[in-house]
Design a protein around this ligand. Sequence first.
Ligand SMILES: Cc1ncc(COP(=O)(O)O)c(C=O)c1O
Length: 517
Amino acid sequence: MLKAKLKQPQDRPTSRRDLMAAALSPSPRRFPPSLRSPFVGPDEKLNHFTLKFKSSVHKSHYQPRAKANSCDVRVEIPKQWYNLVADLSVKPPPPLHPKTHKPLNPEDLSPLFPDELIKQEVTNERFISIPDEVIDVFRLWRPTPLIRAKRLERLLETPARIYYKYEGTSPAGSHKPNTAVPQAWYNAKQGVKKVVTETGAGQWGSSLAFACSLFGLNCEVWQVRASYDQKPYRRLMMQTWGAKVHPSPSTVTNCGKKILESDPSSPGSLGIAISEAVEVAATNVDTKYCLGSVLNHVLLHQTVIGEECLKQLEAINETPDIIIGCTGGGSNFGGLAFPFIREKLKGRMSPIFRAVEPTACPSLTKGIYAYDYGDTAGMTPLMKMHTLGHGFVPDPIHAGGLRYHGMAPLISHVYELGFMEAVAIPQTECFQAAVQFARTEGLIPAPEPTHAIAAAIREALNCKATGEEKVILMAMCGHGHFDLAAYDKYLHGDMIDLSYSTEKVQASLAAVPQVVP
Ligand SMILES: Cc1ncc(COP(=O)(O)O)c(C=O)c1O
């Protein structure tokens, strides 16, 4: 019954031309209605409070609130990752071999990944134990804080309660070490000597460099040119942890050389950097590849965020009405959201889930749902996902980690099932929200989670208009201490909003491979 309700049939275009027209049309996506469960919600919990302060409620900035202190809750680090696939009655479509277009055999992935990660990529098991050695490293920064943004609430004069799960306390400053550490550990355990990867924001590259340094692995990183130029200190972090860093496109791979021949000033993209790293892994037997997002095992590792957050909210007797996170490849959003989707499927709560992407790279809201390559050169398996076309090079917005043409197949599948919503927000609104957040909550967010903050502020202001006391939970997935050039642009009025080019997307969608089901 519940699952039937969750599956909202949508008008799906069928022909390629229809798909493209629908993808590019400005009409907003219809959101599935939120489900209300019989769970005792926050409205009931607050009743006594509302009565007591009836006359003055929401008027004063210093109004005592029902849930005053949440930050001091200490919970245990989860011992297991959660695999949402196990609880989906409709399983996600399988990845396909890039040449034969036949479902991929797990062994096909062996040149790129160690055995344990391949198993995690395809598993249907509900829970996977986190190795003790990995938990031991997690202790450096986990559990991460769940913080109530009381001062931001006051500034907005909203009756909503805003919470954020802050992942910026990790050594690299974001959620990325949650998967970098297990990926490095499984590679080291299998005797791999070197791993290669791409990085967009520099957050993933520095996370993997950090993790490799702990387990004695060599690490080589292709950093997207725009980010390499904007963020020299991210490069220096990677080098400090012992990694070798190339700007991408680079002259050290065939794929990079080809792109530079046609566009010598290419700003690069995650898709291009992935092609370069995959090329090196595929042509060197002693080298494996690591990916910082998109794949099932990456999203699986990130569920430590949501599992931990569930316990923290339970400890303060709070239940979210809406869960918001930014999406580049989908890992921080999925990591927070998936354990809550499980709880919703079980009828224990009924939050809505909202992904936020940049208007310059709107894969969920404007992409098509089709099999496409994960990289620009077309070397990776074909994955069914929301895509703007693997050849799409987004404009160099400041949220480098959100400049990816596709979306995690699992997030895309969940979106198709109608379990979640998506919105696209332009970068100046995001930075305006980030500055409000910094000036009330103190933390300076990375450009990526500014998208989540902007969406949370929209929701909180909506609550102000309606008087609803919603509980808003957002993923604050990293700090922006190495992103101050972006803040400089914003504060000096030099930041402009970039929208994707319809022609560019049309051209890249035309190159999406035709896969006969
Ligand atoms: C801080 C931060 N947030 C978000 C992202 C986007 O990735 P994902 O959607 O996988 O969380 C990145 C990617 O580099 C990032 O560095």
